[in-house]
Design a protein around this ligand. Structure first.
Ligand SMILES: Cc1ncc(COP(=O)(O)O)c(C=O)c1O
Length: 376
């Protein structure tokens, strides 16, 4: 059987949680979603979490809540899933690409500084692979220039930067609970913030701009049919099925992330003597959540093909977004990104990776190195 790059970790508790919510008669936006929001906010140490149906929705709402629109520039990274940059376009603003750091593939604060103009309103950073960005520098830039700092924490669920949880540092944090993420509900997302007014607005925006959701109205002594619509919102809310899965996954998150970290340490140790492989670098003072383990090598494509033949899947995260025609005209040259993206290869990493499969992956990498005379 092929060893996948990602695999969610589910047990009896998740199955039971889904059964319970289906039997309860309420599977829409309801009590499980509210409980998930409360627990997730507590876990991160933020005042508010608003649960959504995707990370893309979270990014879009972050742009809306930050007040971004036509004529505004948002400094972003090209090395991300395209949602990050599409969200900027959704509100009519313009992505401006900053370059990335060669070692971490995260946005480079020095490049961010060089991209600032009178039109810059926000910075969006992605914790690539779950390894934290240089948040001190990014926060300082945002403060100096009065910019909204938005964290795309899709990869960063449970990771920390100097004791603060990723996603809880910027003005808004956007999370994805998509099938391959560290906390996986199939589809799902959340936006988190410490801003009370923004959170109140986000609750309406995720539900078409309606003033009070069905659960709130239904849970009062008498069902209240009345509501008003205050602005154009979206159909972005989470429902109680992913929320129920999310509650179990959240309770298991630290333990699952610890298992990811243990596999990452095993990879580090096992690949140490292979000079043709550059292991992923970690910022001092940070704790990655090891969403994925990305090596760099000049042999990227050949290694990918070699491992695929042996039933081992690897991934490329990502094709730089400024390679897509629709993003080509965006400002910002990114030479470091151009150099390193061709070298990036994501190895299989997930909590339930089997010891025998890990052995197969390492054997495959070593065999490839030997066949090319690279192992030294
Ligand atoms: C960096 C990044 N941002 C945003 C997203 C979008 O999340 P979703 O698929 O939940 O919309 C993803 C993953 O899918 C991602 O990897």
């Amino acid at each position: 059987m092929t060893i996948p790059v990602f695999r969610p970790s589910y047990g009896e508790e998740e199955f039971q949680a889904v059964r319970e919510v289906m039997a309860s008669g309420w599977v829409g936006l309801g009590p499980k979603t509210a409980e998930f929001e409360k627990r997730f906010a507590e876990y991160l140490g933020v005042r508010h979490a608003v649960a959504l149906n995707s990370g893309t929705a979270a990014l879009h709402l972050a742009m809306v809540a930050a007040g971004l629109g036509r004529g505004d520039e948002v400094i972003s990274t090209p090395l991300t899933f395209v949602s990050t940059n599409h969200a900027i376009l959704y509100v009519g603003a313009r992505p401006v690409f900053a370059d990335v750091e060669a070692e971490t593939a995260n946005i480079d604060p020095r490049s961010v500084r060089r991209r600032i103009t009178k039109k810059t309103r926000a910075i969006v950073c992605v914790h690539y692979g779950g390894r934290p960005c240089k948040m001190d520098e990014l926060e300082a830039i945002a403060r100096e220039h009065d910019l909204a700092l938005i964290e795309d924490a899709a990869h960063g669920c449970g990771g920390e930067h100097r004791g603060r949880k990723l996603g809880a540092i910027g003005r808004f944090g956007a999370f994805s609970f998509h099938a391959v993420k560290n906390l996986a509900t199939g589809e799902g997302g959340a936006i988190v913030t410490n801003d009370d007014d923004a959170a109140a607005r986000l609750r309406k925006l995720r539900w078409l701009g309606i003033s009070r959701d069905t659960w709130t109205r239904g849970s009062q002594a008498q069902y209240s049919w009345y509501y008003t619509v205050e602005e154009v919102g979206f159909k972005y809310h989470m429902n109680d099925i992913p929320a129920a899965i999310g509650l179990v996954q959240l309770a298991r998150l630290d333990e699952m992330n610890a298992r990811r970290a243990a596999w990452a340490a095993r990879y580090d140790e096992a690949l140490r003597d292979l000079a043709w492989i550059q292991r992923p670098a970690v910022e001092p003072g940070t704790k990655p959540d090891w969403h994925n383990y990305v090596i760099q090598t000049d042999q990227r494509d050949a290694l990918n093909a070699f491992l695929a033949q042996r039933g081992i899947a690897t991934g490329v995260h990502y094709i730089p977004n400024n390679h897509y025609d629709m993003y080509k005209k965006c400002r910002g040259r990114t030479p470091v990104c151009e150099r390193i993206w061709k070298r990036l290869l994501t190895l299989p990493l997930y909590p339930d990776l089997a010891e025998a499969d890990f052995g197969r992956i390492l054997a495959g990498i070593r065999e490839f190195g030997r066949s090319k005379g690279l192992n030294g």
